[in-house]
Design a protein around this ligand. Structure first.
Ligand code: PMP
Length: 395
């Protein structure tokens, strides 16, 4: 290894370890279901994004296995050479139907999708109004576009309006976009889309909503945009196939012309190998299941409401979440990490989230109850929360 790389790595890794920010990864020895196995121990899992339990659903597994038999394990090329299989087209048609749009385009991940879509449309002569709590992939997608990034205070519509007005009246930008998460993943709050759309109409802003945590969860499963009845008012509806859908991949749903443009201009579509056949058919099946029944969606909400209520009754601060995302806010970083460690020791896998992922002094343990949890598992988890919370004088 070069000396300069060696000292760079040594210094920075040591620094992260000193600050307690070096991620220790515990590999799962099981599927990422409601109960997981780590280091030979079974733990109640409250850390996955597998909201509806579809990651381990037999119906998805079955179609994925059949797709491997028919198409093999890899797509073999990028989409524009000959990696587009008929199943990719079927997935995109299903996504458009699911999102109530004219068309859709699939990418290899949600992260990738934000890198692809923003930079395909925005450039250095443009500006992007971005909520300060937007996901890292949005931030990176904005940077990649070279557009001027103007951050607005989290869900502060007065601030957004003032900044949109200023940007518009400056005459400096060809296009201006407003970007927001549909559901904010650390607090579980929902973007104020009706107001955002109103401001966008006033100042002719392009609207971009990343609904990674809203799809399958809000709008009877169709997502945050549908929840507010704004399907024809949002230009870019972004989603991931990795959370409620249970597989992997990302997508943009929107007008046909927009999707046509992304198919010729977005670089991960042009230069990175297509989603695997098994992923594609499993995701398509998941969307079909979501569109044909609200059973899993309803179960998710029943479990989430129950779990939240139980924690609240015991005196935990669970913030202002409007979705199944359930933060238990502890505050102090060290105490938060200790709390999470004790929960894991007692049998609940719920990870701490601290600065810099969330603001200093707002450390929390984030819980994701899913449709696949039984009431018995949730009760067990709450009992462990109760025990550890009392031991640490949190409640
Ligand atoms: N956008 C948001 C808002 C997310 O929360 C995430 C997942 N952490 C992503 C994009 C990335 O999605 P994926 O995991 O499919 O890459």
């Amino acid at each position: 290894m070069s000396k300069v790389l060696d000292s760079f790595l040594q210094e920075n890794l040591d620094d992260l370890k000193k600050k307690g920010l070096y991620n220790i990864i515990d590999p799962l020895q099981s599927a990422n279901g409601p109960v997981i196995k780590i280091n030979g121990r079974e733990l109640i899992n409250l850390s996955s994004n597998n909201y509806l339990g579809l990651a381990t659903d037999d119906r998805l597994k079955e179609v994925a296995k059949a797709a491997i038999d028919t198409y093999g394990v890899g797509a073999g090329a990028v989409r524009t050479i000959n990696g587009t299989l008929d199943v990719h087209i079927k997935l995109e048609e299903k996504l458009a139907e699911f999102k109530h749009t004219e068309a859709a385009i699939a990418y290899q991940s949600g992260f990738n999708c934000n890198m692809a879509a923003i930079s395909a449309v925005m450039d250095k002569n443009d500006a992007i109004l971005s909520d300060e709590l937007n996901h890292a992939s949005i931030i990176d997608g904005c940077r990649l576009s070279k557009a001027k990034i103007i951050r607005f205070n989290h869900s502060d519509m007065e601030d957004l309006r003032a900044r949109a007005k200023e940007a518009k009246e400056s005459g400096l930008y060809n296009k201006i976009m407003v970007i927001t998460d549909g559901v904010f993943s650390m607090d579980g709050d929902v973007a104020k889309l009706p107001e955002i759309v109103e401001i966008a109409e006033e100042f002719d802003l392009i609207t971009y909503v990343d609904d990674a945590h809203g799809s399958g969860v809000l709008g009877k499963g169709a997502g945050t945009v549908k929840h507010f009845g704004l399907s024809d008012k949002v230009d870019f509806q972004i989603g991931t196939l990795s959370k409620a859908i249970g597989v992997v991949g990302g997508y943009v749903a929107g007008k046909q012309q927009l999707i046509d443009w992304l198919k010729v201009r977005s670089r991960p579509f042009l230069f990175s190998t297509a989603l695997t056949p098994a992923d594609v058919v499993a995701a398509t099946k998941a969307i079909e299941i979501l569109m044909s029944s609200t059973e899993l969606h309803d179960k998710l909400w029943e479990n989430a409401n129950y779990f939240k209520q139980q924690l609240k009754e015991r005196g935990f601060d669970i913030g202002q979440s409007e979705t199944p995302i359930t933060p238990v806010i502890i505050g102090d970083e060290v105490k938060t990490q200790e709390f999470s460690k004790k929960l894991i020791d007692e049998g609940v896998y719920a990870k701490s989230i601290v600065f810099p992922t969330v603001p200093q002094g707002t450390g929390r343990v984030r819980n994701m109850p899913t449709a696949a949890h039984t009431k018995e598992l949730l009760d067990k988890a709450v009992a462990i929360y109760d025990k550890v919370g009392k031991e640490m004088n949190i409640i």
